[in-house]
Design a protein around this ligand. Structure first.
Ligand code: FES
Ligand code: FES
Length: 152
């Protein structure tokens, strides 16, 4: 089957039960997307499928054919970081960093819809992304800063 990930086409032979998370990490070597709880509770595995947020641990890869998939690797790259990635660095919005790829994807989906979010908007939009290190205040500041950069 053909999967389009970060605008690249991949031909993948997969079993019907394989999750998108497994295919991304183990077949396509896109290890930015993390396995946390594996049951739809933490958001570490968050990606965009067809522009919508999806927990890749609960998404069947076979259901994603024909939909553009975006992972954190597609957001930006070293030397060409997305404003959110730069803002997370500037605000020191991570400790272990395990939740960060999912946080970035959730924040990018929010900013694609709301260019000038309030703190409340950010909390609501990112409520499905848990951070065990408790960096929520810094994440909020980073998203506000990135939104300002993207508006300017
Ligand atoms: S690993 Fe998917 S929600 Fe936790
Ligand atoms: S930075 Fe460690 S879980 Fe969020």
């Amino acid at each position: 089957m053909q999967l389009t990930v970060n605008t690249e086409q991949h031909e993948v032979a997969l079993a019907g039960h394989e999750t998108l998370l497994t295919v991304l990490r183990e077949r396509l070597d896109l290890t930015g997307t993390k396995l946390g709880c594996g049951r739809g509770e933490c958001g570490a595995c968050t990606v965009l499928v067809g522009g919508r947020l999806a927990y890749s641990c609960l998404t069947l890869a076979a259901a994603c054919e024909g939909e553009p998939i975006t992972t954190v690797e597609g957001l930006g790259a070293p030397g060409a970081l997305h404003p959110l990635q730069q803002a997370f660095i500037d605000a020191d919005a991570l400790q272990c960093g395990f939740c960060t790829p999912g946080q970035l994807m959730a924040a990018s989906a929010l900013l694609a819809k709301v260019s000038d979010p309030t703190a409340e908007d950010i909390r609501a939009a990112m409520s499905g992304n848990l951070c065990r290190c408790g960096t929520y205040p810094k994440i909020e500041r980073a998203v506000l800063a990135a939104a300002a950069v993207m508006r300017s």
